[in-house]
Design a protein around this ligand. Sequence first.
Ligand code: HEM
Length: 204
Amino acid sequence: MQARSTTWLWMVSAFAAAAVLAAIVLAVFGAGKLGTVVALQISARFSFLIFWLAYAGGGLVELLGPAAQPLQRHGRDFGLAFAAAHLVHVALVVWLCWIGGTPAMEVFKFFLPPLATVYILALFSIGSLQQMLGHTLWRVLRTVGMTYIAYAFAADFVSAPLGGDTKHIIMYSSFAVLSVIGPVLHAISFAPPLWRARRATDRV
Ligand code: HEM
């Protein structure tokens, strides 16, 4: 009961922070197409940072030790907070369409499948549904789904060339670096069970 109410707090806080961030951008740049596109860029990066902690947290624990343990302990909280924050991105897309700036069909084709993946994973984070899948299938679904979402972010951040002015480095290069490190850290989080299994096999 305690854990569930805390998770809701994470989700509400992440959604509220993303909404406030978007409102500030729209107030500064206007609620027209320019302001909405800037708000989309900011909201995507805010969501990505929360997602990254959920995705890479396990690997950080392996590298940094107990100091990073809270990241792993709150993996589910970060994941669901990301799903909540990303609703603001979706709301901005709807607003962009409403004001006549509907993105190209390619953008929908590229981003709708990872978007569906976000909320399928959120659904299966519910204990009873997860139990139906079983531990192994859930871990496979979680890793494949999260890596697919990571790819959707990376495709955008990495497509911009490295370097450039300070604004470019902050908006693209830094996120591109995180996009590349994320899957590596996620893979590292599997290392200990594999090492343990191998040592056990060696002993037999
Ligand atoms: C999991 C799903 C999604 C992810 C990972 C994602 C990721 C991103 C990222 C990284 C950016 C920043 C682009 C940049 O600064 O160059 C962005 C912006 C944007 N996204 Fe999303 N997005 C998702 C869902 C969607 C959906 C469903 C749409 C609807 C078509 C959409 C439309 C846009 C638009 C129009 C922008 C502004 C692009 C620009 O800079 O001109 N996104 N998104």
